[in-house]
Design a protein around this ligand. Sequence first.
Ligand SMILES: [Zn+2]
Length: 302
Amino acid sequence: MSVDVGDLSGRIDVAIPCGATLAGHVALPAMTVDWEQVERTRHRMTRKGAEMTVRVLDVPGDGGGKAIIVGDAERSSNPLVRIHSRCLYGDALQSDDCDCGPELSKSMDAIQREGAGVLFYLEQEGRGAGLEVKAMGLRLTQSLGITTFDAYHELGYPDDLRRFDHVAQSLLDDLELRSIRLLTNNPDKQSALAEHRIEVDRVPLRTVPRSVRSRKYLEEKRVHRGHALPPRWAWVCGIWAKRVGVAVTTLSVVGAWALDIRELVITSHLLMIATFILNHPANANARFRVRAMLRRLGMLRR
Ligand SMILES: [Zn+2]
């Protein structure tokens, strides 16, 4: 389908033109968080069949947003943190052409599993350039066959305008966290926090590309921005490994029927049904619940 991007307010996102750099970090004025207000937002949320406690913390500043604090993350010594920039297409419209939606979902799965963590949701759409610029860039990539980074350059924008100083400040001053586990493949986020002397353990996020465009975009991020992602051949091998797995399961069913071995027939059928059910993208919730149940039974640690 094709989409048009408009702004009902009649204005467009203001972005820094090409030439502006994000080198170094900006020392923001210290702000005191109103914890009484944060506590007033404490409530229970059900997600994928399991409950968690969340609070909302404001992250002020240009390109700021909100932090969703799950559980009592600020009391953890090394909690999971996700810094996520808004992506209307990926997060809300579930576009298959980028990995934002699956990354957000996987991050929340990990935080929810632990019962504590922080999600920073930042108003930095289109790598900080805004939705209109992102849409114009996508148009260029599709019409000229260039990368999204080259498309940004064509439009007069640098690769990435996002900054994470306000996140570092929120972690240090509001949440008083000096050490975190950061859910990301993006080395820029890790180094931005490290500049503020926050100890960062990077936790990689593995998502399966859901379209050819998404696979291409992941490869661009790996090559142009140094994201810690598997190379293209690894995705292709993964897809073929899955296909071979399905083929072997199907052959075992057929073989069991041909040899008329009753136990094998039943076992292989159950195996085939389980494989298809658990691998279907629509059953992510089922996988989540199975893992939650195994953890409750002490059969799975995390
Ligand atoms: Zn996206």
